[in-house]
Design a protein around this ligand. Sequence first.
Ligand code: ZN
Length: 371
Amino acid sequence: MTFPVTRLRRLRRTAALRNMVAETRLTPDAFVYPMFVCPGEGVRKEVRSMPGVFNLSVDEAVKEAREVHSLGVPSVILFGLPDKKDEVATGAWAEDGIVQQAARAMKQEIRGLVLMGDVCLCEYMSHGHCGIVKATPLAKSLGAAVIDTLHSAPTIAVRNLAEKEKAIEKVAAQVAESAKRVDFEIVNDASLELLAKTSVSLAKAGIDIIAPSDMMDGRVAAIRNALDEAGLINTPILSYAAKFASGFYGPFREAADSAPQFGDRRSYQMDGANIREAMREIEADVEEGADMIMVKPALPYLDVIAAARERFDLPLAAYQVSGEYAMIEGAARNGWIERERVMMESLLSIRRAGASIILTYYAKDAARVLA
Ligand SMILES: [Zn+2]
């Protein structure tokens, strides 16, 4: 049937009709609220690039989590800002680590709240990478350093002997710098042990769901083994299965103080160009024992969410990341978009793409709208 028999506008005439035929619905029980726990007491420090999101000390985090739960949001995911960082991420797996403290307090104070624990090392490593870093001096001969320097250095014009000597000194310094350059590698297998240790420690502290976000190969199996060996057979794993190296993480790095001190994360997080590889990443995590899978970020990767929904039968989560939040907040604060409308539309699009669980900084505000 076509027009005039078919008129699609018939079912759009009133709000009641539109609501009746809505194919996708948002409910607060789909949301998970991310929280950043920091040392101290009574601390409530707003993240500059994420207005409305705070670094909270344990006491304040408990209050916030109670509010989140009372709005019908069933779960929070915890990130930690330790007071000290080192080369083995002690703060991630220590019994009195900041997330462990928060988990114990929340477990005791808020009945029924599902606690997710992000498992990664970047917030706790002095270098800010998600795994153990091995530094290797580049075995470069002095001759190769001279050639590299001369190839990349601009021609220097000299007018007298003094300037000539200065130019030689400058080039010599560049050659020396080039000869002692160090190559960094994020060591996969050695990092697994720390990730597994962190997972066990978090689960023992009361974290209900372990959520590894590091993107090392084999981490889900390593974590599953360690949990089982510790008798934590009922602790599920939500793997950040397809996590892309993304510019949208910018504000989070301020919130969690986790920016890498050198290099970037492209050697372990995924290339945004690849959807088939994303399916392989998810498949690997499923085979290793993941109970739930996640795609991150959400909005720029809705097609990946849809493809994952089509192909896998596990519960599927998506993370509406800090940059997605910051874009909406920034534009709304400038009066360029309607905040609430865009907030709900973005969440609806993630749900429509196929994610049944949405990690979002809008969990509280969206739950209020839906109430
Ligand atoms: Zn990390």
